[in-house]
Design a protein around this ligand. Structure first.
Ligand code: GLN
Length: 184
């Protein structure tokens, strides 16, 4: 509905995955996984409250539907947001801090290692990114950057502080499609 959804669409289509854009509850019909793009989490949060879309998404999460949040999407999936009472879906047992890398280095790229995706480093693009300050024991840490948690998994949900849809490497998107395949 807002933010970098076109880039996710292209990434998934390049992996032969059919994509639909979700803006209202009826659009959720028949989908097998849900992606929350980067953008502005307070804006997306407001839109999620329209027509009960967020509530319907929470019902799907209760049925273990695979979900993937990037950047603002990670913030929306979190249960706890440092210093903010903004709307969130309240689904992942993580505490996130918004714009956590500071104003001076609002956006940057770095190579990170994601052991679940193999030995080749992943080029990670961070744009006014959050990081995860704390995880519950049921949350797996998939990647860290300079000691900060930037990629996590809880059951069928994954969330990255960076934007894998902005680089040609499709391993993170493929990883999410594998979660969907295993869930079917
Ligand atoms: N800073 C944004 C927020 O807090 C997230 C930025 C992004 O998604 N690239 O919502």
């Amino acid at each position: 509905m807002q933010g970098a959804f076109r880039e996710h669409r292209r990434a998934f289509e390049s992996l032969n995955c059919e994509v639909v854009e979700v803006r209202k509850p009826a659009d959720l019909q028949g989908i097998q996984g849900l992606v929350f793009p980067g953008g502005e989490s307070t804006t997306i949060g407001k839109l999620l409250q329209n027509e009960g879309l967020g509530d319907r998404i929470k019902e799907l999460a209760a049925q273990d539907m695979p979900m993937f949040g990037t950047c603002a999407g990670m913030i929306l999936l979190a249960k706890y947001i440092d210093d903010s009472d903004q709307y969130r879906l309240n689904l992942m047992d993580i505490t996130v801090k918004r714009n956590a890398f500071g104003r001076q280095i609002a956006s940057f790229e770095a190579n990170i290692t994601i052991p679940a995706l193999g030995n080749d480093p992943v080029r990670a693009v961070f744009i006014r990114a959050p990081y995860v300050q704390e995880v519950a024991p049921n949350v797996g840490i998939l990647a860290e950057y300079e000691g900060k948690i930037v990629f996590v998994r809880q059951g069928n949900m994954i969330a990255s502080a960076f934007h894998p849809e902005l680089t040609p490497d499709k391993r993170v998107h493929q990883y999410f499609l594998n979660i969907i395949s295993e869930y079917q």
